[in-house]
Design a protein around this ligand. Structure first.
Ligand SMILES: [Fe+2]
Length: 151
């Protein structure tokens, strides 16, 4: 095995092994480029139940079921303060882009949102029948306790 396997070849190999045990496979593809995520989803269409992207923090609006029954979205988005730059306080990030100097990036506190998807999957076939994107405001858990509540 090479120190850095090609993620597409690795995914095909892992999925082939997993399908011997179950048709219910969800791939969380933690990657930057939408082209890579779409290519991975298309390559695995019909072989896995869902391919959902993470990492960019920005929820995309491309949720869909591919022809082979694989649910897909480029990025499910992040849970946390959205009056922010990807969950961090705004001004330090702006300063960093202007002066290139190291900055602390404290976690932002305002306008919390919960982002994600709900996917319905046929248990026997492992095919997805629907994918619904969720994004709604929640109370700041620091102010309300440990459980975010929908507002
Ligand atoms: Fe990441």
């Amino acid at each position: 095995m090479a120190p850095l396997d090609n993620p597409f070849e690795a995914a095909l190999s892992l999925v082939e092994d997993l399908r011997k045990e179950t048709p219910l496979i969800l791939l969380d593809f933690h990657a930057e480029a939408t082209s890579e995520k779409i290519a991975m989803g298309r390559m695995l269409d019909g072989k896995v139940s869902a391919v959902v992207g993470t990492h960019t923090h920005v929820q995309t609006a491309d949720e869909q079921i591919f022809p082979g029954g694989t649910a897909f979205i480029c990025d499910v988005g992040f849970n946390g303060a959205h009056e922010s730059v990807l969950g961090r306080e705004i001004q330090p990030v702006i300063r960093r882009f202007i002066d290139y100097m190291p900055q602390r990036f404290p976690v932002a506190k305002n306008l919390w949102r919960l982002n994600g998807v709900v996917i319905e999957i046929d248990n026997d076939a492992g095919k997805s029948t629907s994918i619904e994107r969720l994004s709604y405001p929640v109370e700041n858990p620091d102010a309300a306790g440990s459980e975010p509540k929908k507002v």
